[in-house]
Design a protein around this ligand. Sequence first.
Ligand code: PLP
Length: 398
Amino acid sequence: MSARPLLMIPGPIEISDAVADAVAERPRAHTAPDFVAAYGRALDGMAQIWRAPEGAVPFAVPGSGTLAMETAASNLIDPGDAVVVASTGYFGDRMAEMLRRRGATVTLVQAPTVGDVPDVAAVREALAATGAKALFATHVDTSTGVRIDPVPLAAAARDAGALSVFDGVCATAAEAFDMAALGADVYLTASQKAIGLPPGMALWVASARALATRAALTSPPPMSIDWQPWQPVMEAYRAGKPSYFSTPATTLGWALAVGTTEILAGDADPAKAMELRWAAHRRTALGFRAAWAAMGLRLLPVRDEVTAHTLSALWLPDGVDAPRLLPEVRNRGAIIAGGLHPAVRERTFRVGHMGVVTGRPDALRLTVSAVAGGLAACGVSVDEAAALNAFDAAFQSA
Ligand SMILES: *Cc1c(COP(=O)(O)O)cnc(C)c1O
């Protein structure tokens, strides 16, 4: 995959050779016929990966996950609107702050403890009590490794007549999500997470209802992040025609056609291909969970049902800190991440496991060995062979 140590953080992630080759090509004009075709294919691929409902529009624009979040806040919400944020960590709290800056009245519904999810009944109550225009939630919060179940939250929003917006930056294309079946209104991500590209693109699908909400805003968003001038561009490319509002990231757009094709390659039926893709991430996560348990490590998420398949957020063993552990692991071939959530930053570390590595047990086993060896170098007694055996058994049976 590459000469440097394996990149096992929760984004950016390892990319496939085909995506790397696509990124290495010379830039194309945004009007070049081969680019137009590729960008259109990439957007069609997004619609399949997202399971976008009828009338929804996929967007791929230059930017980050944070920019994708910002577009949702500023295209759906007018100053003075009430919103509910169901937060499971750092990125949910960021969403709440963005919405406050947009002038929204934010009701934050938090989990009882870091590592858990908010109570759905409390979310329903907050939606009803505030007459909220929208519910915002993070599918997988990368600071806690917690995955919320989007099904009851999307239903709660629908029942309350509110829009539902899901931050899928650490989940999209890896965790089960069916935008059409959920009736969700926005599902957003960034190129460097489970989509498997380098950083630089903000990606989202907006439902017809979300687009109508933008059309009815009284306070339009800043032009560069306004959905309205971008929408006809996306529609033109999908129809095989070039169009311009602001220059798209043509190199990443070219690579996105390759990346989305790979994600959907598991089966001729896109729905089946996505089931396989989600299963590969689940199998990888279960393999790692077994290895962590064999090393005596504990996950930050409090229960299996709220534990993400895209990364592991782990408590550091007593007496070990991340500034010591991370270089030891890196020296053994894998780059992992420290903690992020302010409440547990010093006491946790994180290992990302999304994208192409889920089909590379050699890379996953190398990561298990690197963490085991790193912990041993920090004075923790771990049995690397037992951890590898536990990984193999769980990975093969999942
Ligand atoms: C990474 C991430 C973001 C932010 O994405 P950037 O590209 O770093 O701005 C937002 N939400 C979640 C859940 C993330 O994992």
